[in-house]
Design a protein around this ligand. Structure first.
Ligand SMILES: *Cc1c(COP(=O)(O)O)cnc(C)c1O
Length: 509
């Protein structure tokens, strides 16, 4: 049986210098405090008799206790700054410290989104420069910068497509989505009111052109295609697909989350794409998730540009200006789909992304793509004889294996991923994409050194050998060295405990 829960074996409950950390509410005590206020001299009741009678029940802690609590919590987080993080599809790339430095410049870090335009001309110019870079790199007409993540970028792009069709009085109902697509693609199309029509992959791991053509007719609003796709492969029939899609009057939405593999090499605008989101946090080295908000600008073709959301920056007679409300003309947002979020987008991410682009230059960005692809192919070459490669040939920025090599070993993809944790690696993406059995999707990114890749390859080879030699117990017990072992993830998702309740003896009145 799989080991669960807390690590046994020490008197203290700590594991080496990894210290067991209860919730802050469980640690505090009423009256324990890090500050020493004097009793107020005059204290008249201004609450009209509504003053609390019992204790408020907040945790009191000394300053060192508070410091240790948050320091320990920070150490429980694995991060790209801590080690190799080959999570496929997520592009966990290094975020250069230069970006952080620039985002913290007082003139940028202290900006407020409600400052008068005259006082933020530099910030608006920065947004305008970022827009120019993104249009140049993608070969597209326009860019909507406000979406706060890739998924919201998809929503933005699909809303523009829907608005363009509605403007023509064309009520199409279906959106084609490949079976290998990221879950956000069908979710986005459904959120826009479309029926999802799944398209099969071919034996080469690409979208099947024949299947696309068979499904295309005047009821199809769009296809949502990822390129390079989630199997880490370039969709080499993309020009044909774009032509066929346009022939029936549909639009081509491209999921650009994997732009890191092709930036500086291919311009989506040359591939017949009408709308595509870019994940600044995947391609242009802004932090993911807990490290900061994401940002998912959407580049648009000329046909979709008039529908771009508000607000956007224009260069007027007296400098830069934000168009915040629908105006009388298309240039002034007359046909804009509306607003997707408060204010103008993730300014801190814009600064970081522009810093990354300008410090690399066009040639440096091209090298990013080349190195990302080279590193993934290095993993492929180092592992193809011991794991099962899902599709033959070179890969792009990530490499897909399936669980064929684990057949009859009693070890699952999940077990294998857990064993990687004991070895000090963040697991690869597992069980995605859904088109192969027991998927392991590995994305090293361009910044990993040969030494780091060699160490990972040697570890995976060692684990594969252990699995094949019949040492299934090693895997079923993994991870052995973490503060928590196998958690009931399904139970946690089905029955989340979202509210902390004090132990009865601590309950305050
Ligand atoms: C990451 C990703 C998304 C979603 O982007 P978020 O920024 O996480 O919302 C969509 N599609 C693909 C292929 C992705 O890898």
């Amino acid at each position: 049986m799989a080991a669960t829960g807390r690590t046994p074996g020490t008197i203290s409950g700590n594991r080496g210098l990894q210290i067991e950390e209860p919730l802050i509410f469980e640690q505090g005590g009423v009256g324990r405090t890090g500050v020493d206020f004097e009793e107020p001299v005059r204290r008249e009741d201004r609450l009209g008799g509504l003053a609390r009678e019992g204790e408020i029940g907040l945790p009191g802690l000394s300053e060192p206790e508070v410091m240790r609590h948050f320091m320990r919590l920070s150490q429980k987080n694995f991060a790209i700054d801590a080690g190799f993080y080959p999570l496929g599809s997520c592009t966990m790339k290094h975020n250069p410290r230069l970006n952080e430095r620039l985002a913290r410049l007082p003139g940028l870090g202290d900006l407020h989104p409600m400052q008068p335009e005259a006082t933020v001309q530099g910030a608006l110019e920065l947004i305008d420069s970022l827009a120019r870079w993104l249009k140049l790199l993608t070969g597209m007409e326009a860019v909507a910068l406000s979406p706060a993540a890739g998924a919201q970028g998809e929503l933005c792009g699909m809303m523009c497509i829907r608005a363009a069709l509605e403007a023509k009085g064309d009520a199409r109902r279906r959106v084609l989505v490949p079976e290998s697509a990221h879950g956000t693609n069908p979710a986005t199309a459904a959120a826009c009111g479309y029926e999802i029509d799944a398209v099969a992959n071919n034996a080469r791991g690409r979208v099947d052109l024949g299947a696309v053509k068979a499904k295309l007719n005047d009821d199809v609003a769009a296809i949502m295609l990822t390129n390079p796709n989630t199997c880490g492969l370039f969709e080499d029939e993309i020009l044909e697909i774009a032509r066929a899609v346009h022939e029936v009057g549909a639009y081509f939405y491209c999921d650009g989350a994997n732009f890191n593999a092709i930036v500086g090499k291919v311009r989506p605008g040359d591939l017949g794409i009408d709308a595509m989101h870019l994940n600044l946090h995947k391609t242009f080295s802004t932090p993911h998730g807990g490290g900061g908000p994401g940002s998912g600008p959407v580049v648009l073709s000329g046909a979709l540009a008039p529908f771009a959301p508000l607000p956007f920056v224009v260069h007027g007679e007296e400098g830069f200006r934000l168009v915040e409300h629908r105006g009388e003309t298309e240039d002034e947002g007359q046909r804009a789909i509306g607003r997707l979020k408060g204010f103008h987008g993730q300014m801190g991410m814009f600064i970081r992304a522009l810093a990354y682009m300008m410090s690399h230059g066009g040639d440096g960005l091209r090298q990013v793509a080349e190195d990302a692809v080279l590193n993934a192919n290095y993993l492929l070459a180092g592992l193809e004889d011991v794991l099962t490669v899902s599709y033959p040939g070179h890969c792009m920025h990530e490499v897909l294996f399936d669980d064929g090599f684990l057949e009859d070993t009693g070890v699952s993809t999940l077990d294998f991923a857990k064993a990687l944790i004991d070895e000090g690696f963040h697991p690869t993406t597992i069980y995605f994409p859904l088109v192969v059995r027991g998927a392991m999707l590995m994305e090293p990114t361009e910044t990993e050194s040969k030494a780091a890749l060699d160490q990972f390859i040697a570890t995976v080879r060692g684990l594969a050998a252990a699995a094949k030699s019949g040492d299934a117990a090693k895997f079923h017990d993994a991870p052995k060295l973490t503060p928590r072992r196998r958690l009931d993830e399904t139970g946690a998702a089905r029955h989340p405990v979202l509210r902390w309740r004090p132990a009865p003896d601590k309950a305050a009145g």
